[in-house]
Design a protein around this ligand. Sequence first.
Ligand code: FMN
Length: 252
Amino acid sequence: MNPEYFLTRHTVREFSAKEVTPELIDGIVEAAVHAPTTGNMQLYSIIVTRDPAILARLHPAHFNQPAAVNAPLIVTFCADFNRFEHWCRLSRASAGFGNFQSFMSAVIDTVAVTQQFATIAELSGLGTCYLGTATYNAPMIAEALNLPQRVVPVASLAVGFPLDDASKGPTHRLPVEAVMHRERYSDYSDEAIARSYGPIERMPENRHFVEENGKETLAQVFTDVRYPRAANEQFSKLYYDFIAKAGFPFPG
Ligand SMILES: Cc1cc2nc3c(=O)[nH]c(=O)nc-3n(C[C@H](O)[C@H](O)[C@H](O)COP(=O)(O)O)c2cc1C
C-alpha cells in the first residue's frame, strides 16, 4: 500500500480554469463502478453536470457554496432502483424494493461508488469537495436533474483541477484510539473523550472559531452554529418526505 496519498489528501474548494475533459471523467467512472455493490445490482446513477445552465440550477440547491459555484463540474450520485426495476418489469420479475432495507442497500452502494470516484479523481490530479447539501435540498436537485421515481440524490461532489495551494496540508483527525475498538466496543470515559477532542479544541483556528461565534466550547459551535437542531429537523423532514414521494414510503 502507498499510504502517502491517503495521509495527505484533503478536500479542495477552489478550482483552476484547467479543462476537465469528458474522457478523464469517463475513465474515472469506468474505474469507480468497480466499487463493491449489493448483489452486483449497482443501485446508483452518476450524473455529471457541466452545462452552465444546469449548473446554475444546482448552485442554489447547494446554497451557492463557493466550492460548488467555483467548480467546473458537479457530479451527483443517486440511489437508483428505477433502472433495476425497469429491467425486472421487462423480465416478468415482481420487484419488492419500495422499502427501507432496499433504500439502505441503494444508499450504501451509492456512497461506496462516490468515495471510489473521489479517490480515483484525486489520484488523477483532480480536487473534490463533497456537498452535503445533496441531501438537504434533494427536491431542487431532483427537479434540476429530471430525476424519476425511485431515484434519490445521496451525495454530490464538486470536481475540478485544484488551484495551487502548497500550504494546505491534511485536515486534522481524531487519534486512531478514538475511533478504533479492539474486538468489542468499549465505551468512552470522560477522560478518553477529553484526550480525543482536546487537541482539536486547542488548535488556534478552532479557538478563533469559538471566539468569533461567541461560544464557550468548540462542541457548541457544532450544535448551535453549524448543525443546529432546528435546521437538522427541517432538512430531515424535507428529505424524508422527498424519499417517500420518490417511491420509498417508510416503514415498508
Ligand atoms: C457527507 C459529506 C458532506 C460534506 N459536505 C460539505 C459541504 O457541504 N461543504 C464543504 O465545503 N465540505 C463538505 N464536506 C467536506 C468535509 O468538510 C471534509 O471532508 C472534512 O472537513 C475533512 O476534511 P478533508 O476532506 O480535507 O480531510 C463534506 C464531507 C462529507 C463526507
